[in-house]
Design a protein around this ligand. Structure first.
Ligand code: ARG
Length: 461
């Protein structure tokens, strides 16, 4: 094994097991582009500030660009024995440039370097996740537009409660996802500060220009405290929180799709390309994608717990514990991308079985509130109307009829306020059409809601 970077201080080679245990290149290697991007900014600043010569700075930048091109083209493999991506790039640079390469790490530490890399890397990932969620939102809105008049039961306690439209149900998820996009944007904004130049923990005695490197890397500004700069992982936790919430929304939606696919509901049918069969039961068509999303939500929440627990007792500043941040947040990011990428086309190809939705809404006394409201509109206090309707529902159940088919005499026997126009008032279409309070499910209101959501989406982009 080659000498370690710190060989001067040590009289022995590091134990092979410890070396493997310590190494993070297997998972931080994916940040090579961002590591080189950060090093180019650092070398530029070193040259501009006269900390190294302009010639050395240019040579280093040229070397870094070549390394980047070679890794991109797979001409250069990452060395699995390197301690991490930072050591690997620096060692490769020195291999190529000799002594000049050894000047790159002047007034920098891997502690600020890794923090820069991770912020740059996650900034790109957030942008990608955001555009995936935008696609999902657009897909849901498109389906909603076709179903502003599709009546379905709304549930509380998974019991039929009041009638809604399918568009209204779908739009509930759109608002959740729009908040997710906002949260991602907010996280990206707070993350976008540069730790570069914080050094190991206590800054540096060189006359560096942290504003310049921050600007070169597209950060809003340098972080104001060098200890905070190297030891802050709030951005990982905050991002993971946003991702956990996003997954929670996908998971709730998935759970509903799983229910809707069952023969008990049969509100939707997944396209064959997005369902799976059973190895033994020939009749099965299983919603595996949605179940896996529900399952992966637990995993992303686990990543969040990993990060929170890892950070909770750490003294300032850098501690090696923090190397554990990457696998957790990368796992969260990777799985969220996988989920959204699969969920969107699954939804786009899903068949909606309107008749089954309507039939389910037509049973179960879903119009009982409307029956009580009919009496209220005739002047009766709500509590009295509620009680009379409850008695009528009990009578219907006893006779095996619905409120729509209960004879008018039965109504009138309860109160004179009932007239034959009650049947119109409690018809499913009236019940949905008249729910036009702001944010309500009526076709008219839901159409306005879709327009508002589209406006908000446009303002977020
Ligand atoms: N691989 C390390 C990490 O991910 C980089 C920083 C190492 N710093 C140190 N002082 N050992 O955290």
């Amino acid at each position: 094994m080659a000498d370690m970077m710190w060989a001067g201080r040590f009289s022995k080679q590091v134990d092979a097991g410890v070396n493997a245990f310590n190494s993070s290149i297997a998972f931080d290697g994916r940040m090579y582009r961002h590591d080189i991007q950060g090093s180019i900014a650092h070398a530029t600043m070193l040259g501009d500030c006269g900390i190294i010569t302009k010639e050395d700075s240019l040579e280093i930048i040229g070397g870094l660009k070549e390394i980047l091109a070679d890794i991109d083209a797979r001409k250069l493999e990452l060395d699995p024995n390197a301690e991490d991506i930072h050591m690997f790039v620096e060692a490769e640079l020195t291999k190529r440039l000799g002594d000049v390469g050894k000047r790159l790490h002047t007034s920098r530490s891997r502690n600020d370097q890794v923090a820069v890399d991770l912020r740059l890397y996650l900034r790109d990932e957030i942008a990608e996740i955001q555009s995936l969620v935008v696609e999902l939102v657009k897909t849901i809105i498109n389906i909603a537009k076709d179903h502003t008049e599709t009546v379905m039961p709304g549930y509380t306690h998974l019991q039929r409660a009041q009638p809604i439209t399918f568009a209204h149900h779908l739009m509930a998820y759109v608002w959740m996802l729009l908040r997710d996009i906002e949260r991602l944007q907010d996280t990206a904004k707070r993350m976008n500060y540069s730790p570069l130049g914080c050094g190991a923990l206590a800054g540096t005695t060189y006359k560096t220009n942290r504003q310049q490197t921050a600007e070169l890397l597209g950060f809003t500004a340098p972080m104001q405290n060098s200890l905070d700069g190297v030891s802050d992982r709030d951005y990982c936790i905050e991002l993971n929180c946003a991702l956990s919430l996003l997954m929670t929304h996908l998971s709730r939606f998935s759970e509903e799709i799983i229910l809707w696919c069952s023969w008990e509901f049969k509100f939707v049918e997944l396209d064959d390309a997005f369902a799976t069969g059973s190895s033994i039961m020939p009749q099965k068509k299983n919603p595996d994608v949605t179940e896996l999303i529900r399952g992966k939500t637990g995993r992303v929440n686990g990543d969040l717990m990993t990060l929170l627990t890892m950070m909770k007792g750490l003294p300032l500043a850098y501690n090696k514990d923090m190397q554990e941040d990457k696998e957790a947040i990368f796992d969260a990011v990777d799985n969220v991308k996988l989920c959204v990428r699969t969920f969107t086309p699954m939804l786009a190809t899903m068949r909606v079985i309107k008749d089954n939705m309507r039939n389910a809404a037509a049973r179960g006394f879903i119009n009982a509130t409307d029956c009580a409201d009919y009496l209220v509109k005739k002047g009766m206090p709500f509590r009295d109307a509620y009680k009379i309707t409850g008695t009528l529902v009990a009578k219907c159940i006893e006779k095996g009829v619905t409120l729509e088919t209960l004879p008018i005499e039965e109504y009138k026997a309860m109160t004179d306020n009932f007239d034959s126009d009650v049947y119109e008032a409690i018809s499913l279409d009236t019940c949905v059409r008249e729910r036009k309070s702001y944010g309500g499910p009526s076709p008219e209101e839901v159409t306005k809601q879709i327009a508002e959501a589209e406006e908000m989406l446009a303002s977020l982009l």
